[in-house]
Design a protein around this ligand. Structure first.
Ligand code: ADP
Length: 241
């Protein structure tokens, strides 16, 4: 007689692959500046890699402060700021500098170096990151072309229009293929036509996988581009779309 055999054990369920950490996670973040004015109150936000996010809201609400927390220019008074799974308020000077170098950042006033040409402004970042001459020579023309500044590589910022300066600053921000691009009111000084060009470039960058976060007052662009929108109002975050 055969002894009854135990039925074969069911195969253990295959674990779901671990989901990647959100590229941005803010947990109960508040920021109060030294003079006592609250800039942000209890902000919770998660953003997946590859997203495009608009941040809107009235002046003084805290939008710039939120971006500054993301690139480590300011530290939260309370709460945690994670970029790619890394808690950035724990980073020391060097580590923070390294993180910042890996992010692309664009400002309303471009912040190009006046005494350097477009090509030099853009290449500078790659030098600082230790790219080889050969790699710089490969990346530079591609990036300049992507922002439509071919033929203007040797101009100084003062020889460019506002829209062109902003496009040069975008080239500088993305030439090192950052995972995350932060843009603080990038079209604040531009007319509609130039603003549209800038947003088209941001869209294309998002299409190739770069996560883009933009603060803006440009209602027209927010309405015409169907991306998620959050609003900072009274220093608190409201989900809009
Ligand atoms: P937004 O970008 O929405 O216009 P900000 O983030 O620049 O708003 O500012 C939010 C609040 O924090 C405002 O009340 C502003 O005056 C204040 N604030 C911003 N930066 C500083 C600073 N460095 N020192 C003190 N208060 C500041």
């Amino acid at each position: 007689r055969q002894t009854p055999q135990a039925p074969p054990a069911a195969a253990p369920p295959t674990p779901a692959p671990p989901s990647p950490p959100p590229i941005i996670a803010l947990r109960q973040v508040s920021k109060t500046y030294k003079n006592g004015a609250p800039a942000l109150i209890d902000i919770n936000l998660k953003l997946k890699k590859g997203s495009f996010l608009f941040i809107t809201g009235p002046s003084g609400a805290g939008k710039s402060t939120l971006l500054k927390l993301l690139y480590g220019q300011e530290r939260p008074t309370a709460g945690e700021v994670h970029i790619n799974g890394q808690e950035i308020s724990l980073l020391k000077g060097d580590q923070l500098a390294m993180l910042r170098r890996r992010l692309g950042i664009i400002f309303q006033d471009y912040k190009l170096i006046p005494r350097r040409t477009v090509a030099e402004n853009v290449a500078f970042v790659l030098h600082a990151q230790g790219y080889s001459r050969k790699e710089i020579d490969r990346r530079l023309p591609l990036t300049i072309k992507m922002v439509g500044l071919q033929g203007k590589e040797d101009r100084f910022p003062s020889q460019l229009s506002g829209g062109e300066q902003q496009r040069a600053s975008i080239a500088r921000a993305v030439v090192g293929t950052p995972p995350l691009l932060l843009a603080d009111e990038p079209t604040g000084n531009l007319d509609e036509d130039n603003a549209r060009q800038v947003f088209n470039i941001l869209r294309r960058l998002n299409d190739i996988g770069i996560t883009v976060v933009v603060t803006t007052h440009n209602e027209l662009m927010v309405r015409s581009l169907n991306y998620p929108v959050i609003q900072i109002r009274d220093h608190r975050l409201h989900h809009i779309r």
